[in-house]
Design a binder for this molecule. Sequence first.
Ligand SMILES: [Zn+2]
Length: 684
Amino acid sequence: MVIFEVKSTTMKNIAFLTLLLMIIPLYSCKQNSGQETKAEVITEAAINSIVDTISKHNPNLDSPERLRTGVRQAAMQWKIEYGDSDVFKNFCIENYAETPEKRRALFDRLSVALEALWGGFNKISVELKKPMHLVGDTLAHIDYILGAYDPSSHLSEDFYDNKIAYLTILNFPFYTLEEKEKNAGQWTRLDWAYARMGDIFIPKASAAVLQLVADAEMKGESYIADYNIMMGHLVNNEGKKMFPADMKLLSHWNLRDELKSNYAPGAENFEKQKMIYRVMLDIVEQTIPLEVINNPEYDWNPYTNIIYKDGKETKANPEGTRRYEMLLEQFRAQQAVDKYATAYPNALLRAFDQSMQIKQEDIENMFIEYISSPKVKKIAGMIKERLGRPLEPFDIWYDGFKTRSAINEDELTQKTQRLYPNAEAYDKAIPSMLVKLGFPQEKAAFLGDAIVVEPARGSGHAWGAMSRDDYARLRTRLSAKGMDYKGFNIAVHEMGHNVEQTISMRDVDFYIMNGVPNTAFTEANAFVFQKRDLQLLGYGKTNEAQAKMNELDIFWGAYEIMGVALVDINVWKWMYAHPECTAEQLKDAVIAAAKDVWNKYYEPVLGGKDSPILAIYSHMINSPLYLANYPLGHIIEYQLEQFYKGKNLAKEIMRIYSLGNLAPQEWMVQAVGERISTKAMLRE
Ligand SMILES: [Zn+2]
């Protein structure tokens, strides 16, 4: 639906900003800056002696193993400025909660404190960002400064200095994803909550090292942000210009969208698509002349790769390796982090085990099952028939599975503008809308009270609370005439986020378990709501034909993005296997990885042997290893929708989202009885 669009990335990020805001800074402060860790400060012998002493004093310890893990993990992060081995030993003896009761009491106190801190910081951030987020006066310079200020930025540093971090690590050790998944069968809710406590203070690189990552990302970002192709200056072999003179497209999003828009009827559209495809190949292969990037002074024939200045052929300089230098710099920055981030010691583990909390192999297997499914060929056959020509590699972006709504959009807009002339009207209507979805009266009122609707300056977003006494905020765009249908459709999507945010904050048994495993899980509920928007307007069920087309569109979109994500993963695996590589070698490796995935899973469907087109994604350069997140929202949505069939939707949403922040696989097992899988999407 909207997950593949840039706009929805932003929406999703903001929907999750609370979590990022509050948790990432915790990891990103200076606890390690220049300080030595375990090897220099606390020896193995010292760790043994501490464990022996505590064990001797407490012959009935519930878990000697956990004691050792806690002491070892605390020792790894202990800083020399806090004192020597003896000081550390005394700290452990004094602060180890040796009985289950003491440990629980400590857990409860920490939970209360964390809710006060994270919840409070979130409230401050909401206030500081209000001028930027809500309709109001013209923005002043000060609004931007205040909006960018993060009140929680020193929290982690302070908690290391006052030793609360060590006290937490000592008593609530960190478990890897593998350990969490292995223990999932035996763990109680409290065990999970303790494990989540152990995720808070994990070893992290210093601010200076993390700055390297930020710099590399920033460099990639500005490289991409200026990568425009002047379409009006492209010429074909007959010297003809096919695109509007002032058309300027950013790689790769705008290029792709222009390619998509040319599926509309038009005599020259197929040729335009082929030309865009040729440009994309030149970007991947870096044969593109430097002169034509973000520069309207030259005409360029991408088929012959000849450039012209003032109508005369001129010498072209290929871009060479610049694209891959950017990627290499990202890799080098991540390598610098690896040494410190001992809990997740490489970028792949950080992207999968840590952020997504799904094993990279699980993702790969799931994606491969999907893109090699016979259903792909079947749908490709439909596309071929609709196009009336053999398929081309760029048909991974086929955009024809779109139908108009059965109900006239103007009619819908008239209705939404009448119902929702302002944000308050939508706010008031939330309980009755939720009742339409099957929520009990009382629960609908409770959720309505917990969600506040405000007029957004931008396109809108859902901003969750970080404490149980705060609101989830639905920011929505309205014109002077009120809410148009498109705005309503998005508001319903955001309301899905808000309902999830509220249930997973207020109905979860332990505060530390609040939320969902990762962004895809909140997106899934937003999609589930958005799909039912017409029902909320009183139109009964959604249009069947339209729903079918929408499903085909999502299916084909997922087929494309999964291949791109696999290339991204394979490139990072290759870089870790060849850490000394040059940009030139990396270029060859990326192209080889793209061709490999293409020839295995796309060439049999679309032809075009050895096409490197899957390497065109700009995300690979400016935010590597994020692509796998995109299809996940729909995978989870389909699995949930399949499970909801024939059940009470609202009742299941309430049960499932109160599971909170379990690891994703365990969440899905408890939600629908099976692990995360693409089977629901592959079903006829
Ligand atoms: Zn969303």
